[in-house]
Design a protein around this ligand. Sequence first.
Ligand code: NAD
Ligand code: ADE
Length: 412
Amino acid sequence: MPKIKDPSLASRGELKIGWARTRMPVLSLLRSEYGSKKPLQGKRVGAGLHVTKETAVLVEALMSAGASVSVCASNPLSTQDDVAARLVDEGADVYAWKGMNNEEYYWAVNQVLASRPEIILDDGGDLTVAAIASNVQLDGGCEETTTGIIRARALEKQGKLRFPLIAVNDAETKWEFDNVYGTGQSALDGIIRATNILLAGKTVVVSGYGHVGRGIANRARGMGAEVIVTEVSPVNALKARMDGFRVTKMDEAAKIGDLFITATGNKSVITEEHFRLMKDGAVLANAGHFNVEIDVNALEKIAESKREVRDFNVEYDLGGKKLFLLAEGRLINLTAAEGHPSEVMDMSFSNQFLSALYLKDHGHEMKPGVHPVPREQDEQVALLKLRSMGIEIDTLTEEQESYLGGYGEGTS
Ligand code: NAD
Ligand code: ADE
């Protein structure tokens, strides 16, 4: 029996999903193509994904291809309850609502595993880790995000990953677009919805200049903020500097930032010592997968009092100054806004869909461990996306192919 917040929200959910469908042309094309062939007929798919309108379009495509789909959330605060309601009407088994507590969250993960999925689609690794602890037999899994890949590689290293897992995050048509442009826009969208602050003229500190951090830093600069980057990777710190950002240590940045955004996938990036250095009124948000980047426990401990001043915006009174924590330090874009726009999720979820088909055909012959998305799939998704945007590109001539494959022609 599915468990969601309120079945009566389904009609609003359908409107939202309808909006997303028209902006996900590649996934819609794949849905039409495989909807008639039914390659997943009889297959059970378990999904641990943010339950958004874009995820609904993916679930619809999987069901059209013949799969039965069970869904749990991949974050306690990211579920869109109206979308969840509509998905249940469409026949998906959904166990998710916005504001689940920890116990409910893991109960939902176990409900999905109880449906004995043969393929899992995960975002962050919670479903994968729980699957390993259970006795489900999987053809394989697909992982959506950087943190989930890091966890999968750690499991692989310890010999615990006993099925093939496709690193969807690492597909170029995912990592270079979803993480960069998707989070760049949606993290700021979440921050603006939760605060309505003007970014122009602010000093914004972005921690991590990987894919997500790069996207956020550039979008914040585009809106008139002065952006400071903190990093631990010398190479990425150098990239940030040469992209024109000021780079410094968090100890220094803490004193001058108006808005702090973590995007590292790491823990304890902003800690008590930093809270103590911050200016009155500083705003804190996280875009990384888990709520461990900002030490919320320390903030709770040193605050004299706290109160919610807007949705997803809590003021902590430190006596003498106030700090504002957004979305409890959880993913700001999926908690206070709607996650990435559909157009970019089109590529991420086309990769998820095609990877699920790949696992169905090849899972049995793949070794346990982390596998890349096949290069041809990445190029297929890019080409379909370009076509959907009305963009044509040149192709290599035979002469060029032979030139690029050879060494004979040099200085002339
Ligand atoms: P990435 O590996 O490309 O970048 C992470 C960067 O953080 C690296 O440059 C690393 O050196 C840096 N870093 C690590 N520890 C640090 C520290 N203590 N201080 C400063 N910098 C530090 O990873 P990514 O793809 O950018 O993903 C980052 C996080 O965002 C992950 O948790 C990922 O799962 C998550 N993510 C969230 C969304 C979303 O919708 N909010 C979307 C995609 C990815
Ligand atoms: N991750 C980031 N944005 C998302 C969205 N709109 N739907 C599902 N997962 C997401």
